[in-house]
Design a protein around this ligand. Structure first.
Ligand SMILES: NC(=O)c1ccc[n+]([C@@H]2O[C@H](COP(=O)([O-])OP(=O)(O)OC[C@H]3O[C@@H](n4cnc5c(N)ncnc54)[C@H](OP(=O)(O)O)[C@@H]3O)[C@@H](O)[C@H]2O)c1
Length: 338
């Protein structure tokens, strides 16, 4: 982008205060390219985003681009474009590193070129994993259902990372209520944040309220409904939030793309959306979404009514032998599925 790039004053972006006292910007930039963009393209988009006013970047080891993002961050620190302490950087321990959380964290820090993370998440509550870009029917033969003792061993390592100062906050992702209840019973340090799928067609009101009631901030992933997610993650019943007539109509009235309405709804609904794009104009409109032209109470209510309870990131590849279907990952009956 050239010097004419439009930007948003980061001081105008609201923040959410966490139980630790830290403040996380209410919008972050997602960095999972859904196999559509190269690591360098995504890293260059991080440069654009930070220059534009983004201060929160949602990374993960499994996205395969932390080294490239680290190179860009290092460049910007060196050039005085931004200071480390002005940024909120999240990373996540991938499922294949549950036995070595500290090693995984050090690896992410090294690649990102940082000496601490603002937030470190357990990406999934299972150690089950798969090679990149595998078919949705692929299964890890060693996959197991949720085992609380194993998860707590991971969590204890997460707590130690905080003790050591390598991470400022720890959190969870893709949790269900019964799993979270057990964690909250047994943890020494409570999660500051929980990252979960949230968009107008998957609002998860009960789980979100439960998490919030526990004093845990909610980060909403796939806030636009991940329209360009890999084909392997789509099923015939999936809906498309940006094609929802109610959202399209509200978008027309505000003169923006429906994606922007999804982000406004997310931020006004109390979650922290982390939309992805590498395209400057989309990055900009997503950032502007949280600082101008809010949705009215009526519009918020109209979108609330569009919930389709339609989960897009189902996690099929993490199923264990003997599991019935992807629903087993999500404890649909309120008890942990074994
Ligand atoms: N914790 C987890 O397990 C987990 C799971 C999934 C995702 N995440 C995180 O959440 C982030 C976001 O989720 P996501 O990438 O799945 O989906 P998303 O943010 O809901 O959707 C991204 C797609 O929306 C399009 N888009 C973005 N802004 C737009 C705009 N203003 N107008 C029109 N289209 C727009 C982009 O299109 P273009 O490609 O054309 O730019 C992009 O492909 C990820 O990058 C990742 O950081 C976390």
């Amino acid at each position: 982008m050239n010097e004419e790039m439009k930007s948003v004053d980061p001081r105008l972006v609201p923040v959410v205060r966490l139980a630790t006292g830290d403040k996380i910007p209410v919008i972050g930039m997602g960095t999972f390219g859904s196999d559509n963009y190269s690591a360098v393209e995504i890293a260059e988009a991080v440069r654009t985003a930070v220059k534009m006013g983004y201060r929160h970047i949602d990374c993960a080891a499994v996205y395969g681009n932390e080294k490239e993002i680290g190179d860009v961050l290092g460049d910007m620190f060196e050039q005085g474009i931004i200071k480390r302490e002005e940024l909120w950087i999240t990373s996540k321990v991938w499922n294949d590193k549950h036995h070595d959380v500290r090693g995984a964290c050090l690896e992410s820090l090294k690649k990102l070129g940082l000496d601490y993370l603002d937030l470190y998440l357990v990406h999934w509550p299972f150690p089950n994993h798969h090679p990149p870009m595998v078919d949705v029917a692929s299964r890890d033969p060693n996959a197991r259902p949720y085992i609380h003792e194993e998860y707590m061993a991971v969590w204890k390592e997460m707590e130690k990372l905080m003790d050591e100062g390598l991470v400022r906050n720890i959190g969870t992702s893709n949790m269900t209520r019964p799993k979270m209840e057990l964690l909250l019973l047994d943890c020494r340090i409570r999660p500051a944040c929980n990252e979960m799928e949230l968009h107008p067609h998957f609002q998860q009101p009960e789980l979100k309220k439960y998490i919030e009631d526990q004093g845990i901030a909610v980060i909403g992933f796939s806030p636009i409904g991940s329209p360009n997610r890999p084909e392997r993650d789509k099923t015939p019943d999936d809906t498309v939030p940006i094609e929802d007539p109610v959202i399209v109509d509200i978008a027309r009235k505000h003169g923006v793309h429906p994606a922007v309405i999804c982000i406004k709804w997310g931020a006004q609904n109390g979650q922290i959306p982390i939309p992805f794009s590498v395209k400057p104009e989309k990055l900009l409109s997503n950032l502007q979404a949280v600082v101008q032209d809010p949705l009215s109470a009526e519009e918020m209510e109209a979108i609330r009514k569009q919930d389709k309870n339609c989960r897009f990131i189902k996690g099929q590849v993490f199923l264990w032998p003997g599991a019935r279907s992807w629903e087993d990952l999500w404890d649909m009956d309120g008890v942990i599925c074994q």
